[in-house]
Design a protein around this ligand. Structure first.
Ligand code: GLN
Length: 493
């Protein structure tokens, strides 16, 4: 199967959104900046999705307006119905055909009743009519609140949103009820009765200990069985043995290894969701529990970083919090504490290492255009670019690792491919000087772009210009995160 996420906002992609708006910006192999849900789909389905799988109002309207300008609709008045809805359906069908999947899951973001999502719901309604009732099913996800004071669940919001959905012409075949606590059969039957769905199509998804437990919950509720029957597909053998093992290892309570993440969006964990999940996957693989401390880079001094087993500096943009990140790098070097720097994190490692080795004003030109030692500088091809959206160095690029480095030991191979999202890079004018001071260049793209660095006399100090967190899977933890947590475990306080 494949999955499509519809985000009814007007942005063309998620690239220009502040992570505080919708959480992390996810990057696909083909270089699209997408909603973080695509990350969930990749992790749960263990597939690499194309960026086309994130549909936005921005993409749909741009495409229709472009066609109108080219004269594709000559003579017609271009309207939401049929032009926009046709465009939505054709985008969905194109992804379906390319993927060769048996089932395409289409998630519409937002809430039924939103003005923005109306054209999408209308397009999906039409799709059911065109593809046939047996080939399209609708699943409505609702929330069933529990009123503590009254000691009861309330089904009214579910009844109400179902009514709203039906008014668009979409009749749900299944209702998945999210709830804080499990709901019982009489309550499910009540929902079935009021919302006019079959009793075994009312599914409960109560809060789980881990998001990875959710497929097991849905399987217990027989969701798969119902869907296959409803879509007239042959029943399939269910084998959740491996998934069960993964969930069990994710529940490991001891030993605990702590990681301090020094970031600037730490109030919203979703801003670093792929990093958090990658740490969990790696911890499960080596049999430890990871305890993440979110450290605000702006007031790093108020945190007790001495108690932590390791530090991680994630990617980011802009000056805010940079000096705290540089302090964290210095602390790691002076105290031999494992440090993992990702993208901006790697750039901070280079800046602080240069400062500690005589280049007092070393900086990135992203933060100080006039520094006399621009150890991190804008990539040459980026200097001509004026537009902000989708213009960074994006997506998958190869990288060659140097043998006898920690990076090589982690990956156990020479040629790797990782996903990118950046405008700035290591300035090669400083390559020889910094190498002479003990910096190791462990990964390069095409012999000219520094992709990975590490330090000679340090237990684990690795920076990468790419984002390994986008490729970690629960059944296949990323080698860099595994190697990092192993080092953190060695350093356990
Ligand atoms: N701001 C830096 C750059 O553009 C780092 C980007 C990132 O961390 N994703 O190169």
């Amino acid at each position: 199967m494949t999955a499509i996420k519809i985000d009814p906002y007007l942005n063309w992609d998620s690239g220009t959104l502040n992570p505080y708006q919708h959480g992390e910006v996810f990057v696909t192999d083909d270089g699209m900046e997408t909603d973080l849900d695509l990350g969930h789909y990749e992790r749960f389905l263990d597939v690499n999705l194309s960026g086309e799988c994130n549909l936005t109002t921005g993409k749909v309207y741009s495409s229709v307006i472009e066609k109108e300008r080219k004269g594709k609709y000559l003579g017609s008045c271009v309207q939401i119905i049929p032009h926009i809805t046709n465009e939505i359906k054709s985008m969905i069908r194109e992804i379906a055909n390319k993927s060769h999947a048996e089932v395409v899951l289409v998630e519409v973001g937002g809430t039924v009743g939103d003005i923005e999502s109306q054209p999408f719901l209308e397009a999906l309604r039409q799709l059911r009519n065109e593809e046939g009732h047996d080939n399209v099913m609708f699943v409505h996800v609702t929330y069933v609140p529990y009123l503590k004071a009254a000691g009861e669940f309330k089904t009214k919001p579910t009844q109400h949103s179902t009514k709203e959905l039906r008014s668009t012409g979409i009749i749900p075949d299944m209702i998945i009820c999210r709830s804080e606590l499990p709901i019982d059969t009489p309550l499910k039957n009540k929902i079935a009765h009021f919302c006019d769905v079959e009793k075994n199509a009312v599914i409960n998804a109560p809060d789980a200990k881990s998001i990875y437990e959710v497929p097991l919950v849905l399987e217990r509720e027989k969701v798969g069985e119902y869907v296959l029957e409803r879509l007239q597909m042959p029943p399939k053998k269910q084998d959740l043995h491996d998934w069960n093992l993964i969930v069990d290892s994710l529940m490991t309570e001891e030993p605990v290894v702590s990681v301090g993440i020094v970031g600037k969006y730490v109030e919203l964990e979703d801003a670093y969701i792929s990093i958090r999940e990658s740490l969990k996957h790696a911890a499960a693989q080596i049999g430890v529990k990871v305890d993440i401390e979110w450290l605000s880079a702006e007031d790093i001094k108020t945190h007790k970083i001495e108690d932590l087993d390791s530090l991680l500096i994630p990617g980011g943009f802009g000056e805010r919090g940079i000096s705290g990140k540089l302090d964290a790098v210095r602390y790691s070097i002076e105290n031999n504490v494992p440090l993992f720097g990702i993208c901006l994190g790697m750039q901070c490692m280079v800046i602080e290492f240069a400062r500690m080795n005589g280049l007092d004003d070393a900086h990135s030109t992203e933060f100080d255009k006039n520094t006399s030692n621009p150890v991190i500088d804008m990539m040459e091809e980026q200097k001509k670019i004026k537009k902000m959206g989708g213009t960074m160095r994006l997506g998958s690029y190869p990288c060659q690792l140097k043998e006898n480095t920690k990076a090589y030991q982690a990956y156990k191979k020479k040629n790797i491919e990782e996903r990118h999202r950046h405008r700035f890079e290591f300035n090669n004018d400083y390559l020889e000087l910094l190498k002479g001071k003990g910096l190791i260049i462990s990964g390069m793209y095409d012999d000219f772009l520094v992709e990975m660095i590490e330090l000679k006399d340090h237990p684990w100090f690795i920076g990468c210009q790419f984002h390994p967190e986008f490729k970690s899977r629960p059944n296949n933890a990323h080698p860099l995160f595994v190697s990092f947590l192993e080092a953190a475990y060695e350093n356990k306080k």
